[in-house]
Design a binder for this molecule. Sequence first.
Ligand code: UDP
Ligand code: MG
Length: 317
Amino acid sequence: MLSIIVPCYNEEATLPLFVAAVEQVNETMQEPLEYIFINDGSTDKTLTVIKSLYQKYPEKVRFLSFSRNFGKEAALYAGLKSAQGELVTVMDADLQDPPELLPDMVHLIRQGEYDCIGTRRTDREGEPKIRSFFAKTFYRLVNRIGQTEMVDGARDFRMMTRQMVDAVLELTEYNRFSKGIFSWVGFKTKYLSYENRERAAGETSWSFWSLFKYSIDGIVNFSEAPLNIASIIGGIACVGSVVALLFIVIRALLFGDPTAGWPSLVSILLFVSGMQLLCIGIIGKYIGKIFLETKRRPIYLIKETEKDIEERKTIQN
Ligand code: UDP
Ligand code: MG
C-alpha cells in the first residue's frame, strides 16, 4: 500500500482538486492508496472538506485534526507516525507537487536500489527574485557550515520506504527541520527534477519573514558553526589588539605622544561591544532551542480523527 500524507492549512479550495488529480493518476497506476490528511488548525472549512472526502472514500481516506496550528513540520511528523503503507509519500495539498510523478517514483523505489525518491525544482519560476536570492544564499551557507547536506530546490515531496520512515520517526526532537532530518537519516535518495508550478488555488502561508526565521532554524538545528563565531572573532581581536598596542608604544617612543584618537576609540568600543551582543544573541538562540527541547512537550495535539466519526456512528446505532 502507498500512504499519501498531506498537511493542510487553509486548503479548502485546493483539496478537492488535489484528490481528483491523484485519483486520475492512480487510474493508470492501480496502487492501493491511503490518504492521510492532517488538518493543521485551519481557520477555513478545510476540516469540513476533509470530512466530505472521507464520506466519499471511507476506505482510503484518514485524517488527523490538530487542536491548533502546529506548523507543517508537526503535521508531517503526525502523518508519518500514523501511515501504514509500505511506501509513504509526503505531498503538499496545493498541487505544486505534481502527482504525475507518482508512477515514476513507485516504479523507481520498487526496483530496490533507492530508499527514497525525492523531488527538486529546476527553477524558481514565479517566485520573487529577492526570495530566490536568499534561498540560494541559505543553501550555500548551510552546506558550507553544516555537516548535513541540504539539496538546493529539493521539495518536501518525496516517497520513502517503510524502513526510512521508521528511521525518521526515531528522531523525536521538538525543533523539527524536515529537509535536514530527511538528509540526516541517510539512506539512498534519488532526485527527480521538474519545473516549478504555481499553486492551484489559495495562498501560500509563507511570508518573507517567516521564511527567514525558518532558514535560521535550519542552520541552528543542524550546525554548531555559529557558536564558534564568538571564539573566532575573539581570537582575531586579541591578535589585532596586540599588534595595535606595539604600534602605539613604538610610535609614542619615537614621536612623543600628542593625545588624540577619541573618535577611533569610541568606534572600536562600539564595534567590539556590538560583536559581543551578537555572539550572546547567537548563544541565546541555541539556549532557547535547548529550553524548548528539555520541556519535552508533545509535537502536536490531536482533536479529532476519522475514528471519532466511526465511534459516533456506532453510539448512535
Ligand atoms: N501547511 C501546514 N501548516 C502550516 C503551513 C502550511 O500544514 O502552518 C501546509 C500547506 O497546507 C501546504 C504545505 O504545508 O499543503 C505547503 O504550504 P505552502 O503551499 O503554503 O508553502 P509553499 O509551497 O509556498 O512553500
Ligand atoms: Mg505550496
